[in-house]
Ligand binder design. Structure first.
Ligand code: ZN
Ligand code: ZN
Length: 409
């Protein structure tokens, strides 16, 4: 039997009976050493000695109760657990050795123990594996990064399978700013088998909507992305997230969105601090504004956040919308952002993904709210902007070798 510490990264009710759960796990032995030493893991390199894996499982509602300390109350994103894996058993899970590997190993879970955050172990683990040692960035430093980019002409949504990756671009489709840098992972990594080669011609900063890996995994494949500035939300994180944060911090490229600011306006739009509790709901949303004649083409990029947890958008009307959470359903989220008359909605997901995104429920809700011009990333990279009918620009990288050619508008 092997013992691991697991950070619960994603938890979704697939249908009324079955849960999908993804953990970021590390061997207990390795992590115990780190917890003992209690050094600053952002500057010291101790964390590099700790392996981290993905562990994904589907679990029936009734089975949840069989695990001694798990209940609907204790299964929560951002929590830590102790997980025991065996070679045989009843409850199967798939372990992925690395983020670019879609050949998982089947394991069996014999027990999952909830680590109460109020216990000394709970406190220790969530403070050692965290962003606590890094200060919030100043509003000024973030505004400077954002106002450094040229005025954009269009928005792009890239086909990265079951994940999210968007950019605001110049008229040729060259990214000036990325919003998320993700792609399909784990059981959905096959939806992102052709990894993109990204464009950094204009030194675009990367905004991270939230810390779920399907929103940053491309940083694992394209190392150049580590040399640009990242603006990230302060959230609970696991070992693999900490490793990314450390790489960025050591390069001087990690900027933490200041928690006390509800929004950060800049020349091409506004960052908004989401107000929910879960990882999906407590990150950053982006409103992009592209000047067009005497008006603006306004697009909402919510990441995976429920619309009701994004302040300011209630009374706004949008031309463009990236459907939240890949079109995943949020049963209690009834209010859809208001659409302007000529509009575009984009669904970013991977074909036949394990979550059944986009859900019919979500598509219907958006349609009923008059979001009726739909584009799906499964058909290729997308652009949207004020001139719907304009020709799609060629070679975003001005003939340098990226794979971001736009396919549809
Ligand atoms: Zn996502
Ligand atoms: Zn998410």
């Amino acid at each position: 039997m092997e013992s691991f510490y697991g950070f619960l990264e994603e938890f979704e009710l697939r249908d009324s009976e079955e849960y999908f759960i993804r953990f970021d796990i590390s061997p207990s032995k390795q992590l115990n050493v780190i917890l003992e030493n209690q050094r600053n893991l952002i500057v010291e390199n101790d964390i590099e000695a700790v392996s981290s894996f993905l562990l994904e499982l589907k679990l029936n509602k009734s089975k949840l109760k069989e695990f001694s300390t798990l209940s609907e109350r204790t299964v929560r994103e951002g929590q830590w657990y102790r997980i025991y894996l065996e070679e045989e058993g009843e409850v199967s899970a798939i372990q992925y050795q690395s983020l670019d590997n879609n050949e998982g190993i089947q394991k069996f879970i014999s027990k999952i123990e909830f680590i109460d955050g109020r216990t000394s172990l709970g406190k220790k683990i969530s403070s050692v594996i965290s962003l606590d040692k890094i200060k919030d960035s100043s509003e000024k430093s973030i505004t400077e990064i954002l106002n450094n980019i040229k005025l954009p002409s269009l928005i792009t949504v890239y086909n990265v399978g079951q994940g999210g990756c968007n950019a605001i671009c110049d008229s040729l489709g060259v990214p000036l700013l990325y919003f998320d840098f993700g792609g399909g992972i784990g059981q959905n990594s096959y939806t992102y088998s052709n990894k993109h080669k990204f464009c950094f011609t204009e030194s675009p900063p990367i905004i991270l909507s939230h810390w779920d890996k399907d929103h940053w995994v491309s940083a694992e494949f394209d190392n150049i992305s580590l040399d640009t500035n990242w603006i990230v939300p302060r959230q609970k994180i696991g070992v693999s997230h900490l490793k990314l944060a450390r790489k960025l911090f050591m390069r001087g490229n990690l900027y933490i969105y200041p928690s006390h600011l509800t929004s950060i306006p800049f020349n091409a739009g506004m960052l908004i601090k989401n107000i929910g509790k879960s990882i999906n709901d407590s990150g950053i949303s982006l409103i992009s504004r592209i000047k067009f004649k005497n008006d603006y083409f306004t697009t909402l990029l919510p990441g995976d956040c429920k619309y009701k947890n994004i302040p300011y958008i209630n009374k706004m009307k949008f031309n463009g919308l990236i459907a939240t959470h890949h079109g995943g359903h949020y049963t209690r989220d009834v209010k859809i952002p208001l659409a302007r008359r000529s509009n575009r909605i984009v669904y970013s997901y991977g074909l036949n993904n394990t979550f059944n995104h986009p859900r019919n429920h979500s598509i219907r809700k958006h349609l009923n709210a008059y979001w009726n011009n739909r584009l799906d990333t499964t058909n290729g990279n997308i652009m949207l902007g004020p001139k719907f009918k304009t020709k799609i620009p060629t070679q975003p990288c001005r003939n340098r070798s990226c794979t971001l050619q736009i396919k549809q508008n």
